[in-house]
Design a protein. Sequence first.
Length: 94
Amino acid sequence: MSLSPLCKSQFRQNDRSRGEHVRHLVEIQTVPANEAVALVEGSHSEEYVVSIDYSLLADEMLGASCECMRFLDGYFCKHIWASIRELDASGYSP
């Protein structure tokens, strides 16, 4: 099963929509057993490191972080959503 349906409800619709527009800027770095690391180019050519820990998805919880201001304000951001969608597109299944 894909990651995005499992954690979709944890993202605001606007962040998911904006994430779809930046998917092409995601570079998946590593995908060990229960986590992934990606680099995502930001709106002003800065690069954000996104970490995703999906070991708690069975409990409908996603552990994720990003270096952007949106995440620092307490929300899952477009960079995390874009990374999840790219993991889905690459065929990764938790």
